[in-house]
Design a protein around this ligand. Structure first.
Ligand SMILES: Cc1cc2nc3c(=O)[nH]c(=O)nc-3n(C[C@H](O)[C@H](O)[C@H](O)COP(=O)(O)OP(=O)(O)OC[C@H]3O[C@@H](n4cnc5c(N)ncnc54)[C@H](O)[C@@H]3O)c2cc1C
Length: 361
């Protein structure tokens, strides 16, 4: 196999090579049958999964702002693969931060190298099925660990995972976070829903039919809020916004290239370019901890910009952009994803108000 130099910093030339290749492969990533294994392998060979881990755990120890720079580049090249990586790294970082040496010893290196794949099923503790009386994934204590019963409704890469990091609720309402090998008896992963966009992320529910998980696989808990109590992990961080801004950058790049020959779209391209560059810079500054961070404000602005810039790109691409296979049509559908992905209620409410009340009339 050809040796590919790792991307040890966002400024490395190898980053350009990686993104060019991901962008080239992205055109063939569309349906549930297109799980992006080639792109994920490429990222493993280029050391992408080590960006997010500290050096003493086999990573490159990238700063928070370098991680944002990295995700901005990847998301511009291929949103589906980048989204899968966020869920994969969500699992890896929770494992790394857990302090559970049995799990880190057995799994961390093979996950960091890309030899094995892990993903998270935690949204039912935050933004999914919260209105139901009964938790959708329940845990009960057994003599040697926990028995899981129910479903994890949203798990990206569900049929391809070697290990799930899932949250579950105990009868006393406390929660546990467990690392669960996908080979345990009683686990059934769906093949992936056909979605409005990102179908190749193979996102589906995972069913747990009284699955016995040994206590050695406990990552956090039991406690009242197992996701926020985990050390070193921030929920509701800037990563979702970063992917939205990366998508907006892809759309603005297209608009700028069209504007080179079409003066009629020059003003729109310039305006959107300034806005997207400013928001990307704000993400980087905030991730460095330089200013007070209002993550919800940034998230709302990023969602809006992703929707506006992809639709501006479609308007410029005209009917040609509406033909299946043109990247601009795909970007428009992908922008809708940010309205539903890990979208806290206040942000959803802000979008609903904006859509319902026309401030221009
Ligand atoms: C493509 C994709 C990939 C994802 N990947 C992952 C992943 O890898 N890991 C992960 O943990 N999560 C993942 N998620 C989950 C995501 O972050 C959100 O949690 C999810 O989009 C919330 O949607 P929901 O339909 O489950 O919400 P719900 O709140 O469960 O809403 C479902 C339905 O319930 C009804 N409803 C909602 N609220 C109420 C109410 N208050 N009263 C009465 N009825 C109500 C509505 O009819 C609504 O359509 C993913 C989501 C998507 C779309």
């Amino acid at each position: 196999m050809q040796h590919l130099p790792p991307v040890m910093s966002p400024a490395y030339v190898a980053m350009d090579d990686l993104c060019d290749e991901l962008s080239r492969l992205a055109d063939a990533i569309s349906d549930v049958s297109d799980w992006p294994s080639q792109s994920l392998d490429l990222c493993g060979q280029r050391g992408v999964y080590r960006w997010f881990l500290p050096e003493d755990q086999g990573g490159y120890g990238w700063s928070a702002s370098d991680q944002i720079r990295g995700y901005l580049r990847l998301a511009q090249a291929d949103l589906t693969t980048t989204f899968v990586i966020t869920q994969y790294m969500g699992a890896v970082r929770r494992i790394a931060a857990s302090g559970n040496t049995a799990v880190t010893g057995e799994w961390l290196e093979s996950l960091a190298s890309g030899k094995q794949f892990s993903t998270v099923g935690i949204s039912h503790l935050t933004t999914s099925r919260r209105h139901l009386k009964r938790p959708v994934l329940r845990a009960e204590e057994s003599t040697d660990g926990y028995i899981l019963d129910g479903i994890s409704p949203w798990v990206t890469g569900a049929p391809h995972a070697d290990l799930y990091v899932v949250g579950a609720t105990l009868p006393n309402s406390e929660q546990v976070l467990l690392a669960v090998p996908s080979t345990l008896p009683g686990i059934k992963a769906g093949p992936g829903h056909e979605l409005v966009a990102l179908s190749a992320s193979c996102t589906d529910q995972v069913g747990f039919d009284r699955v016995h998980v040994n206590r050695t696989m406990l990552l956090n808990g039991p406690n009242e809020n197992v996701l926020t109590s985990a050390t070193g992990i921030r929920t509701g961080g800037l990563q979702t916004s970063t992917l939205a801004v990366g998508l907006a950058q892809a759309a603005v790049n297209f608009l700028s290239s069209e504007a080179a020959n079409r003066t009629d779209i020059m003003d729109a391209a310039t305006e959107l370019r300034q806005e997207v560059d400013a928001l990307a810079q704000r993400l980087i500054t905030v991730s460095d901890g330089d200013t007070d961070c209002d993550a919800s404000q940034i998230r709302t602005a990023s969602n809006r910009l992703a929707l506006r810039s992809t639709q501006a790109a479609l308007t410029a691409a005209k009917g040609a952009g509406f033909v299946k296979g043109h990247p601009v049509g795909r970007w428009c559908r992908e922008a809708l994803f940010f309205l539903v992905w890990s979208c806290p209620q206040p942000i959803a409410q802000a979008h609903l108000c904006e859509l319902a009340f026309d401030n221009h009339s």
